[in-house]
Design a protein. Structure first.
Length: 433
């Protein structure tokens, strides 16, 4: 009987497939990722339609609709998808023989790649299923709250995280404070509001900061607020679920102790991959996951117990990062900001449209929201979303949690074309009728 090799690594996947996943002829005709022209800055490249058409050729297009709802999760580029399918078939073929012997080494490589991309140490990164799992664990397992303390969160935060912050306050008999931001804000506006909240609530112990709001794409000045919080002894949890890959940054630039990320949004991994960051030396404030042990507070992995997860999705992380890094984080950010401007600049001139999110360039991303002026109820916004889809063939999503009311979120991707956004502008003009 022929013996199978004891080691199966990512490099050997395609050789293990036999009659399995074969690369498509179109993929084989392409390189593994698009190569930006040399010596071209990001702002100039953002307007190079020939280059972005090439980028778009690496993605399978949604049929039957103009999809401007790419904030839910990100589409895999074709080379990433091929790696994911190959890994899926390999795992299904080798099962526990691979998983119990060799998966740990390959998963550790994915952790190293994430850590390198974020400019932190691998020991500070834990892979999770999504940012929600990461942030929920940080909030629920934070163990420094007493009845004399207060917690701060904002209306722009992810709704479930708002509820979990209030749960933490209630469970300790502490005070939960929700900060309401204006529908459109600048970096200075936001910083001033947080400083005022710190002054008004000197007993603040913990705050949740959302780097990019999933409601309307507003960028929060995390680094500046974190510096102010640290001077006052306030701990910060950073929700970076929407920001990594939408913005180009590393964790040292933010200066936070703890953060949660998605890789399946703007990094382009398969669905089901997130990350938890815990800066070395900060673990004592976050208890291990129930049932886990870490008496020396040195093992970040004990703050999560994911159990069996999608092996293939984890194995495809290096391919996703390869594609993202080849395209360039700064190039992606610039292109997405440019695409946002194609429709928001027009919408800002329409008296019947209210654009939400950033009031200055540092405060906006490729994601933004709008609504019909003076129509901010959930029912009105739901009707608007349906009208865009049914009458104009444009798919968007309604968001409901801002203090100022509901809105329609518009989220292009790197393969979205200017023509598609021109059709959105045309639809917005006709909404006045």
């Amino acid at each position: 009987m022929k013996k199978t090799s004891a080691t199966f690594s990512r490099r050997q996947m395609l050789g293990l497939l036999g009659a399995g996943v074969a690369a498509s002829p179109r993929l084989l005709a392409q390189t593994s990722s698009p190569m930006p022209p040399a010596n071209t800055d990001a702002s100039r490249l953002a307007r190079d339609e020939a280059f972005w058409k090439e980028v778009g050729s690496y993605y399978d297009r949604t049929e039957g609709i103009i999809n401007l709802e790419h904030g839910y999760w990100g589409k895999m580029a074709r080379p990433v998808q091929e790696q994911y399918l190959a890994a899926t078939q390999m795992v299904n073929k080798q099962l526990s023989y691979y998983a119990r012997r060799d998966y740990g080494r390959d998963a550790a490589e994915s952790v190293r790649r994430v850590a390198r991309a974020l400019d932190v140490e691998p020991e500070e990164i834990v892979l999770t299923r999504n940012a929600t799992e990461s942030i929920h664990n940080l909030i629920r397992q934070y163990q420094r709250i007493t009845a004399d303390d207060a917690l701060l969160y904002a209306d722009i935060d992810y709704p479930s995280f708002q509820q979990t912050m209030q749960w933490l306050a209630d469970s300790a008999g502490a005070t939960g404070v929700m900060l309401k931001l204006p529908p459109r804000a600048s970096q200075q506006n936001i910083l001033d509001l947080y400083r005022s909240a710190f002054d008004e609530h000197p007993n603040l112990k913990l705050i949740l900061l959302t780097h990019v709001s999933n409601q309307h794409g507003l960028v929060v000045p995390v680094a500046a607020i974190t510096q102010e919080a640290r001077r006052r002894g306030i701990d910060v949890i950073c929700d970076s679920a929407q920001s990594w890959g939408l913005l180009d940054f590393t964790l040292p630039e933010l200066g936070v102790d703890w953060a949660g990320f998605n890789l399946h949004k703007w990094i382009g991994s398969p669905v089901g991959v997130g990350a938890l960051y815990m800066r070395r030396g900060t673990l004592e404030k976050i208890s291990p996951y129930p049932g886990e042990r870490d008496p020396d507070n040195t093992r970040a992995a004990t703050r999560v117990h994911t159990a069996t997860s999608n092996f293939a999705a984890i194995l495809a992380v290096p391919a996703a990062l390869d594609f993202h890094e080849a395209l360039g984080g700064a190039n992606k950010e610039a292109r997405l900001r440019y695409l946002r401007g194609l429709w928001t600049q027009e919408a800002d001139t329409m008296p019947h449209i209210e654009v939400l999110g950033g009031a200055d360039e540092d405060s906006w991303t490729g994601m933004a929201s709008f609504r019909l002026r003076d129509q901010s109820s959930a029912a009105e916004v739901n009707a608007l979303q349906k009208r865009l889809e049914q009458e104009f063939g444009i798919f968007t999503v309604a968001r409901y949690e801002l203090g100022s009311g509901a809105c329609i979120r518009v989220t292009p991707q790197v393969f979205t074309t200017p023509d598609e956004l021109a059709q959105l502008v045309s639809a917005l003009k006709r909404l006045q009728a």
